[in-house]
Write a protein that binds this ligand. Structure first.
Ligand SMILES: Nc1nc2c(c(=O)[nH]1)N[C@H]1C(S)=C(S)[C@@H](COP(=O)(O)OP(=O)(O)OC[C@H]3O[C@@H](n4cnc5c(N)ncnc54)[C@H](O)[C@@H]3O)O[C@H]1N2
Ligand code: MOO
Length: 389
């Protein structure tokens, strides 16, 4: 059995780095930038007014000054000429500040009478954004980087209409088990509804993947072989269930017969002990345990980071140190990922940590990560938490 950290490192080593493709900027959100991008222009390209008001020459920056309004500078249509002492230009936010002007006095600090304006006060700020105050031509946003709203807007401002991003990982999900019926189906007396794949799809799509949920495979050699055939072409194959030690747990066996290069099977963690991984026909195979919470916790810990790694972002899952708002008993010999909820006082683990309870997982917003053999912990002790949302 290997540790959860070693398992994640192994997955990073197995994860292929996907090639870079160009997409329209409108479709780049949530993807990972594949190449450094240099600004094609300077922003703002000219000294721009930060307020609506009057552009004032340095010589006139005095309360009580009476100035002659000689023109207007609007966003998209500047005044186009310098101003001289005694002159002012009506100016609007985002408009070019005319040469000669040293400050913009906001209109609330002026009184206008026909062609003349009186400065009643100056205000603290010059209200001018210098040219290049945000970025200059050639300034670079470095890859790899996840393209969130701010990054996409920045690259748009840099005048890029298309962006190089890593290809989306193609994920095939195979739920296994004779007992499973898809949601909306009619289960027999010994059957249940398959749920895990749907949760995994949400998680994988959040990590930029395109997901195919394959038909549920029965616990037989031919059914599993057929499912693996259908998964061909995927960058990652995720199986659910059949990973443990019972006679019906044959996923590893069938994948082995198909040429799986097994990297690990069993991780010293709870839930998720029977998780396995390796390479199968060019794909990364991640075999998740069937218990719903085990499957989803392992997906948070392994599938999601591996998908980011394929897009050029291998890295640890963010962790926070949070005080306990309820005591914890001693931990056993495996790292325990406890479902817990955050409160203003600290984090509270749920009483039941059974790995079948989706209701508990749905109410949890963090996992408390407890190291092996951690002693009992009192209220107020700082513990390591991983966000689930
Ligand atoms: N003798 C031992 N038994 C078990 C061990 C062990 O070490 N020795 N490990 C336990 C642990 S830990 C886990 S986790 C489970 C994992 O077993 P499998 O991966 O083989 O999963 P299954 O047996 O196929 O299913 C377990 C459970 O989950 C339900 N399930 C499966 N797939 C889905 C799905 N897509 N949606 C919803 N629910 C699903 C399934 O019906 C079972 O109830 O093994 C322990 N046993
Ligand atoms: O992953 Mo198993 O829960 O450790 O139930």
């Amino acid at each position: 059995m290997i540790s959860a950290e070693a398992a994640l490192e192994t997955l990073f080593a197995l994860a292929p780095l996907l090639p870079v493709e160009e997409v329209p900027i409108e479709e780049a959100g949530g993807r990972v930038l594949g190449r450094d991008m240099a600004a094609l222009r300077t922003q703002p390209p000219f000294a721009a007014s930060a307020m609506d008001g009057y552009a004032v020459h340095r010589a006139d920056a005095l309360p009580g000054a009476v100035l002659r309004v000689v023109g207007e500078s609007a966003a998209g249509a500047g005044y186009g000429k310098p101003i001289a002492p005694g002159e002012t230009v009506r100016i609007f936010t985002g408009a070019p500040v005319p040469e000669g002007a040293q400050r913009v006095v906001i209109q609330e600090n002026t009184t206008r009478s026909g062609k003349h304006v009186t400065l009643t006060a100056l205000g603290d700020s010059a209200n001018i954004r210098p040219a290049g105050g945000d970025f200059r031509e050639g300034d670079t946003l470095h890859a790899p980087c996840r393209l969130g709203p701010a990054e996409v807007a920045l690259l748009a401002a840099m005048n890029h209409a298309r962006l190089p991003v890593h290809r989306r990982p193609e994920v095939a999900v195979i739920a296994t088990g004779n007992e499973l019926v898809p949601p909306g189906g009619i289960p027999g007396p010994d059957q249940i509804i398959a749920s895990n794949g749907y949760g995994l799809k949400v998680l994988a799509e959040r990590a930029g993947a395109r997901v195919r949920l394959l038909p549920i495979a029965h616990d037989t050699d031919p059914a599993l072989r057929a499912a693996f055939t259908q998964a061909e072409g995927a960058d990652m194959i995720v199986t659910i269930g059949g990973a443990s030690v019972g006679e019906h747990d044959i996923v590893g066996q069938v994948a082995g017969a198909l040429g799986l290069e097994l990297a690990f099977h069993k991780v010293a963690m709870r839930p998720g002990k029977p998780v396995m991984a390796g390479r199968l026909a060019g794909a990364l195979l991640l075999g998740l345990p069937g218990n719903p919470v085990s499957a989803l916790v392992c997906a948070h810990l392994f599938m999601e980071p591996a998908l980011w790694a394929m897009q050029g972002l291998p890295g640890p899952i963010p962790r926070q140190s949070v005080p306990l708002a309820a005591p914890l008993p001693a931990n056993g010999s495996r790292t325990h990922y406890m479902r817990a909820r955050s409160t203003p006082q600290g984090v509270i683990p749920f009483d039941s940590q059974d790995s079948s309870l989706l209701t508990v997982l749905s109410r949890a917003d963090v996992l408390i990560e407890r190291p092996p053999d951690d002693p009992p912990r009192r209220i107020g002790t700082a513990v390591t938490c991983l966000p689930l949302r």
